[in-house]
Design a protein around this ligand. Structure first.
Ligand SMILES: *Cc1c(COP(=O)(O)O)cnc(C)c1O
Length: 374
């Protein structure tokens, strides 16, 4: 008779060390969870924890989702033709240079899945977006973490850190959770300095929020640098975080490889339809941009008035040094305000707050002021 030796607890031991040592991603606390925990009135809770768009979604997007509901019994278009065609026209690239993802997070995962493995390494910055070390570690690759400069990426040092076995270099511009930004010239210099065999992943989740004088055209670099991958998302300025849709622009040869490891239907039909419509909701994106710039100023002035220092931000969030951040975070929760602790990013004294509506920003600043005095 076959004796079954494996106890359930032993099963986790069978996963590779590099998987077992992963510290899972810590998402922002959902409103429903805080309501359950503290018995607060749901309508009174302000969530400024996940860099979501406080304006919701645009009118065209909403109409497109409504119209597409009846079709969710069908599988989505696994090639995402309509959305890719619209993106190709918008950015003047070929459709086969686009990879769609279940959120841009999915594109980052696909890159790691296709190009990283034990014996290879990836370069990333201290305080960089958490998905880069996670996706690197999940493939058993080594992360080369380059110390930050003024909380931002030190791109020259990152280029120098590239090793023989380096396959990917991760950049967030602007970076989350620091909000720091590297101007176009620095990125271009890095692209010139890095060996062409290294994929440079330029994650531009917040590019729609960049002030006009900081905007740059990374897509035009794709022709000169076939090792560049530009990653963007519909989760932030387009307001579609819950539907999960993002994309990467890259050389067709790289896209071909990513498509081999992509789930056949990785982007759902509502997400495809909504993103296609959202691309044309220009007025909504413009309003999101304007609301954010104003709100960012409101938060900057507000925290300064409280005697706090913030890292200058180019995104839709502000990261503020509050001292005992874990304690202040809890006090804010009790006042119905959810922000994001960033101790896991080696920023134990900071909290990250997303720019909300003017009213939400006022609520946060009042709650923060009261929490500091507590
Ligand atoms: C929010 C964010 C993303 C986008 O995530 P999605 O999976 O598209 O929702 C990607 N990169 C950074 C740096 C982000 O902050």
């Amino acid at each position: 008779m076959n004796v079954r030796m494996t106890k359930p607890n032993d099963l986790s031991a069978l996963a590779p060390d590099y998987i077992r040592s992963i510290a899972p991603y810590q998402p922002g606390k959902p409103i429903s969870e805080l309501v359950r925990e503290l018995g607060l009135d749901e309508a009174s809770v302000v969530k400024l924890a996940s860099n979501e768009n406080p304006l919701g979604i645009g009118p065209r997007t909403r109409a497109a989702i409504d119209a597409a509901l009846g079709e969710i019994c069908r599988y989505p278009d696994g090639n995402g033709f309509e959305l890719k065609a619209a993106l190709a026209a918008r950015f003047n690239v070929d459709m086969n240079a686009i990879v769609l993802g279940n959120g841009s997070n999915d594109v980052l995962e696909l890159i790691s899945l296709a190009f990283l493995m034990p014996g290879r390494s990836a370069v990333l910055a201290q305080h960089a977006f958490a998905v880069y070390p996670l996706a690197t570690q999940a493939r058993g690759a080594r992360a080369i973490v380059v110390p930050a400069k003024n909380f931002g990426h030190d791109l020259a040092a990152m280029a120098r850190a590239v090793a023989e076995d380096t396959q990917v270099l991760w950049i967030a511009n602007p970076n989350n959770p620091t909000g720091t930004f590297a101007p176009a010239g620095e990125i271009e210099a890095l692209l010139q300095a890095v060996p062409p065999r290294v994929l440079v992943v330029l994650d531009e989740a917040y590019s729609e929020y960049l002030p006009l004088d900081s905007k740059y055209d990374s897509v035009k670099w794709l022709k000169r640098f076939p090792n560049l991958v530009v990653v963007r998302t519909f989760s932030k300025a387009y307001g579609l975080a819950g539907l999960r849709v993002g994309y990467g622009l890259m050389h067709a040869a790289v896209a071909d490889i990513l498509n081999r490891v992509r789930q056949p239907f990785n982007v759902n039909s509502l997400a495809l339809t909504a993103a296609r419509a959202a691309l044309d909701d220009m007025e909504f994106v413009a309003r999101s941009y304007a609301t954010n710039l104003q709100g960012l100023r409101q938060l900057e002035e507000g925290v300064q008035a409280l005697g706090l220092e913030a890292i200058p931000s180019y995104g839709n969030f502000l990261t503020v040094r509050v001292g005992k951040a874990a304690e202040v975070y809890k006090r804010l929760l009790r006042r119905g305000v959810i922000v994001r602790p960033v101790a896991g990013y080696e920023l134990p004294e900071h909290l990250r707050v997303t720019v909300g509506t003017a009213e939400e920003n006022v609520r946060f600043l009042a709650a923060l002021g009261a929490s500091l005095k507590e």
